[in-house]
Design a protein around this ligand. Structure first.
Ligand SMILES: NC(=O)c1ccc[n+]([C@@H]2O[C@H](COP(=O)([O-])OP(=O)(O)OC[C@H]3O[C@@H](n4cnc5c(N)ncnc54)[C@H](O)[C@@H]3O)[C@@H](O)[C@H]2O)c1
Length: 249
């Protein structure tokens, strides 16, 4: 369990209303950070902030809305004096979106790219001026094991997240902002339990070399390490947390 003091740090978590986003907010707040749970779903964000406590806030914004994102980041920074940690977690990953592009259709593929890819761009550029030069400033993008192989639309969007991680790591390093990513394997959030067909679950479990269900805490621990001083020499990496399901040389 990674324990480091985040007192005085301001953390913005996109898709903070449930799943990983809520768990990230909880872990960061428990370590002293002021967390802002940013989500399209206002009710979910408010409920998550209330559950997290420690002064957690809910902000309603669609990460695919460039202007809205920039306004939200400026407002957060204005109220809290800056931003130290950004977790680009919001994403569309329903089982239906995990399809070939021709089958999914260009309109739905574009919509997914707006959130999964452009959302990362808008939030990163929106937060950037308020993170620049702050001690330990760190961005963590949430990619996916589906980015390895990237056979379907969702995987391609998450492959783009890996690319953005390398590109932004280069661009923002001179400003003192480290950018990394996590590629989770199959993690049993409420959404995954509700949506993912059993044959897909069985297929992924068979690829794992560690035979247990992935849990939210596995991803939370990776995030805590990446934003910690212990990872201060790590930039542009995508850390696979998948029980070995995505091992490659
Ligand atoms: N759960 C897994 O096994 C798994 C595996 C690999 C990657 N991921 C990735 O992790 C991230 C979080 O996954 P999760 O399982 O916690 O998802 P989830 O569906 O449980 O929660 C996603 C949250 O993001 C919010 N959101 C969606 N679109 C948004 C938008 N346009 N603007 C703002 N908020 C928006 C939703 O309202 C929701 O609260 C996603 O990027 C997903 O692709 C999840």
């Amino acid at each position: 369990m990674i324990v480091h003091d985040l007192t005085g740090k301001v953390a913005v978590i996109t898709g903070g209303g449930r799943g990983f986003g809520k768990a990230f907010g909880m872990a960061l707040a428990e370590r002293g950070a002021r967390v802002v749970q940013l989500d399209l779903d206002e009710a979910a964000a408010k409920a998550a902030a209330a559950e997290i406590g420690h002064g957690a806030e809910a902000v309603m914004v669609d990460v695919a809305d460039e202007e809205g994102v920039h306004a939200a980041m400026a407002d957060i920074a204005d109220r809290h004096g800056g931003i130290d940690i950004l977790i680009n977690n919001a994403g569309i990953h329903s089982a239906e979106a995990n399809e070939f592009i021709g089958k999914l259709g260009t309109a739905r593929t574009r919509q997914m790219f707006e959130v999964n890819v452009w959302g990362v761009v808008y939030c990163t550029l929106g937060a950037r001026p308020f993170m620049t030069g702050r001690e330990g400033a760190s961005i963590v993008n949430i990619a996916s094991m589906a980015a390895y192989g990237a056979q379907k639309a969702y995987g391609v969007s998450k492959l783009a997240v890996r690319g953005l991680t390398v590109s932004f790591a280069n661009e923002l390093a001179p400003e003192g902002i480290r950018v990394n990513a996590i590629a989770p394997g199959l993690i049993f959030t409420d959404t995954i339990r509700a949506e993912l067909p059993q044959p897909v679950v069985d297929h992924v479990m068979a690829m794992q070399i560690i035979q247990r269900e992935g849990e939210e805490r596995d991803i939370v621990e990776a995030m805590l390490w990446l934003v910690s001083p212990g990872a201060s020499f790590v930039a542009g990496e995508t850390l696979r947390v998948s029980g070995g399901a995505t091992l490659q040389v």
